[in-house]
Design a protein around this ligand. Structure first.
Ligand SMILES: Nc1ncnc2c1ncn2[C@@H]1O[C@H](COP(=O)(O)OP(=O)(O)O)[C@@H](O)[C@H]1O
Ligand SMILES: [Mg+2]
Length: 371
């Protein structure tokens, strides 16, 4: 995994965690919570971290936020190694970060403007500049006319927007957000996140966003999935997310867990074929499994060339040779311009082993085709 990090000089990554472990509990009875976590965040990137409750997301976030000390492994944030850093050093790092939490953590006795101003006062700007910046930020989150309100006089969404303004006001090098939409309804949550995304992009600030909310995954550049204290997948959004959305509609994959789907999507490759182009021939060794994304495919019984079936988008083929270990028992030809998703044999095998329902589904199709 280290080679992923070589694209930038070490001090230009926003976050680099290498072999990070963390235990709670006591020395006598340690309770391991993070295991060998490797993670990186690049300048300007928005990364969403998902995973079941209790899987260690908040623990990782608080380590990156210099809110607790690093026990084992290496963790550098904004070019500074956090392992072995004293409290003073951690305070300095924290000042360069923007935090947004599930509960907004605003001071109830202060107005929206005072809450944002307070966050700026640690940075040695003039009174005038602080005031100007705080007002500009509240304007940017759409609260220009609510600056004198205290949190109790604001809605949940407005309070969370104040929290966004406060987190970004001092132009932090990194924003850490822990379930910032948890207390909001879906639409308000989405608006807050879109605002966060927009401002983060404008300021070119990197963001690590922990969320359970599936509906906001598309704002991310990357999605990292944590399970039981380990990062089990790390996918670049775009291609993979699109494949994921497609797979979720294919019956054979419908019952896969989101984690399982993203892992398969990560391994799938797009392949296109022109009219009458042969995809594979009877007798060849099977190297992979195909799902039709668009176009259609004829399955022929060679050498006579009888048409056995015409398959449409969402249908799959090529699994038989992989499941039996025998050569291809038919020939597959693209009818017209056809786009396929290809899953190589090894990744296919892993998907079979991982999700029992997938094997069952395939066996069912297999039996029908061969009866
Ligand atoms: N301060 C703590 N002391 C002891 N155990 C903790 C503490 N914080 C979290 N844990 C435990 O560590 C595990 C991971 O928690 P957490 O990082 O909060 O997970 P997540 O944010 O993914 O829900 C859980 O089993 C939780 O009970
Ligand atoms: Mg948490």
């Amino acid at each position: 995994m280290t080679e992923r990090f070589l694209s930038l000089p070490a001090n230009e990554h926003i976050v680099v965690a290498e072999g990070l472990h963390h235990d709670f509990g006591s020395d006598e009875l340690p309770m391991p919570v993070l295991f060998d976590v490797w993670f990186h965040l690049e300048p300007g990137e928005i990364v969403i971290m998902t995973g079941p409750s209790g899987s260690g997301k908040t623990t990782l976030l608080t380590l990156i936020g210099a809110l607790r000390s690093v026990q084992r492994g290496s963790l550098s944030v904004l070019g500074r190694q956090l392992r072995g850093l004293d409290e003073q050093g951690r305070v300095e790092i924290r000042r360069r970060l923007g935090f947004i939490f599930q509960a907004h953590n605003l001071f109830e006795s202060l107005t929206a403007l005072q809450n944002v101003t307070l966050a700026l006062e640690l940075h040695g700007e003039s009174r005038h500049e602080i005031d100007r910046r705080a007002k500009a930020m509240l304007g940017a989150v759409g609260l220009g006319d609510r600056m004198g309100h205290k949190p109790e006089a604001l809605s949940g969404g407005q309070r969370q927007r104040v929290a966004v303004a406060r987190a970004l006001a001092h132009r932090p090098g990194l924003i850490l957000a822990d379930e910032p939409t948890a207390a909001l309804d879906a639409q308000t949550g989405r608006q807050v996140i879109e605002l966060l995304q927009e401002l983060a992009h404008e300021q070119k600030t990197s963001t690590l966003l922990v969320t359970h909310d599936n509906r906001i995954l598309d704002v991310a550049d990357r999605i990292v999935n944590m399970v039981d204290g380990r990062i089990v997948s790390d996918i670049r959004v775009g291609e993979s997310l699109e494949i994921c959305e497609f797979l979720a509609k294919v019956p054979a994959f419908a019952s896969h867990s989101p984690g399982g789907l993203t892992e398969i999507a990560e391994h799938m490759r797009r392949r296109t074929f022109g009219p009458d182009e042969v995809i594979f021939r009877e007798g060849e060794t099977g190297h992979g499994f195909f799902i039709i994304r668009s176009g259609s495919v004829r399955i022929l019984d060679d050498p006579e060339g009888h048409e056995l079936a015409v398959l449409e988008p969402g249908q799959f083929f090529g699994e038989v040779a992989l499941m039996t270990g025998r050569p291809r028992n038919a020939t597959a030809v693209a009818v017209d311009h056809t786009e396929l998703l290809f899953l190589a044999k090894e990744a296919f095998q892993q998907a079979l082993d991982r999700e029992k329902s997938f094997r069952d589904q395939l066996l069912q199709v297999f039996t029908v085709r061969h009866s």
